[in-house]
Design a protein around this ligand. Structure first.
Ligand SMILES: *Cc1c(COP(=O)(O)O)cnc(C)c1O
Length: 386
């Protein structure tokens, strides 16, 4: 059996994969089982922050692999402590809980908000408000948080206590807070799966203030937008706010499963012994990898991300077949005249791997993609859009 045949026979049918078997790669170029090369403009959905098989990243991983690959959370290990210190120092948050995925990092955020509110205001203060068109994960609770009905169908009943409001509508948020005993508010500053749509700056700031005034835990879901993706370490840093909780995953560890929930002053002591846990969370190899990634996301790298955004915007501006470009940094959504799925298919045939998000072509290349490789991918993309 080929890889494809075996996959189709034995793997649950949740993924409608493209007919490509990826076998190896380096940096922003990957190769399939027939030897064909592709420029990777998706980086595993914003995961491989420094590309495939990056040498610095590999050394961090193999050095830790030679020491210890896993211990239970019953013992102290260095990499997770170092990583928590780095994350707190660079965000002003106070404590970190480590898990293994974006959904889990959001689960922890939601638990923190509910426990904080239960202790402070009473256990009936459990409502979590999120935005319509949001995406927060696939577990039953993060699905409930996700403000897109089509993900909910056939999985009901989901975790109760979630209310979805329209992004940009402060009045609706005020009413939701008035009508529901609210524990927390969770927001993606740029809705990723929802179509790479930045949420209005003034709305984010006003919502943040409203939450502060009502002692509601303000949580940013930085699973996709985090770790340098938008040209700042975290996307909220573009919005001139300080959240109470930051959840992140995808690009944090550069290609190993790791989620992190950063707890600010309001909720720093909300969890005590036994209140939450994870067997794999804080795994030494994933954390060593993340330490390496984070130490390389410095001002120079972030400046490069912002410059590459400019390059993308300039290259795509006023070109035939392109209607609009949205997003920030190297998280880009492109509204094309042709259906996005057709453009992505054509790009793949011509050796460029892109993603979609709703009706847009989505680009999430490695943060260190060389400019000439990026240029080559963009000119192929442009040809496929005409
Ligand atoms: C991908 C994503 C998630 C879910 O992350 P998983 O690692 O797949 O659980 C949650 N929130 C946002 C904003 C995401 O983009």
């Amino acid at each position: 059996m080929t890889i494809t045949e075996k996959d189709k026979k034995y793997i649950a049918g949740t993924y409608n994969r493209f007919p490509v078997e990826i076998v190896e790669g380096k940096g922003s170029v990957v190769r399939d089982s027939s030897g064909k090369e592709y420029i990777d403009m998706g980086s595993g959905i914003g995961v491989t922050s420094f590309g495939i098989g990056d040498d610095v990243w590999k050394k961090a991983v193999t050095d830790q692999l030679d020491r210890v690959q896993h211990m239970s959370n019953l013992y102290y290990t260095g990499p997770c402590a170092d990583l928590a210190e780095k994350l707190c120092e660079r965000t002003g948050m106070k404590k970190v809980f480590f898990s293994n995925s974006g959904a889990e990092s959001n689960e922890c955020a939601i638990k923190a908000a509910r426990k904080y509110a239960a202790e402070k205001k009473g256990s009936d203060y459990s409502t979590i408000i999120t935005l319509k068109n949001s995406f927060h994960g696939r577990t039953l609770t993060t699905l409930a948080a996700t403000g897109q009905e089509h993900y909910h169908e056939l999985y009901n009943p989901l975790t109760p206590g979630f209310v979805h409001v329209t992004a940009g509508d402060m009045h609706e948020l005020e009413i939701a807070i008035r009508d529901n005993k609210t524990a927390g508010f969770m927001i993606e500053c740029i809705q990723g799966e929802g179509g790479v749509i930045p949420v209005d700056r003034e709305y984010v700031k006003a919502a943040r203030e409203l939450c502060a005034g009502n002692d509601i835990v303000f949580m940013v879901d930085e699973v996709q937008t985090g770790n340098g993706r938008t040209g700042r370490l975290y996307a909220y840093m573009n919005y001139d706010i300080t959240p109470d909780v930051i959840s992140t995953a995808k690009g944090l560890s550069g290609g190993l499963p790791l989620g992190a929930t950063l707890l600010g002053e309001k909720v720093e002591n909300v969890f005590g012994y036994g209140d939450h846990g994870s067997t794999f969370g804080g795994n030494p190899i994933a954390c060593a990898a993340a330490n390496s990634i984070l130490s390389r996301i410095d001002e120079k790298l972030l400046d490069g991300v912002r410059k590459k955004e400019e390059l993308i915007r300039k290259t795509l501006a006023d070109k035939p077949g392109i209607e609009d470009v949205s997003g920030m940094g190297l998280m880009i959504g492109i509204k094309t005249v042709k259906p996005a799925a057709d453009v992505v298919k054509a790009c793949m045939e011509k050796g460029v791997l892109c993603l979609t998000a709703k009706d847009r072509v989505r680009l999430l290349p490695a943060l260190n993609i060389p400019e000439d490789v990026l240029q080559r991918a963009l000119s192929i993309l442009l040809r496929c859009c005409e």
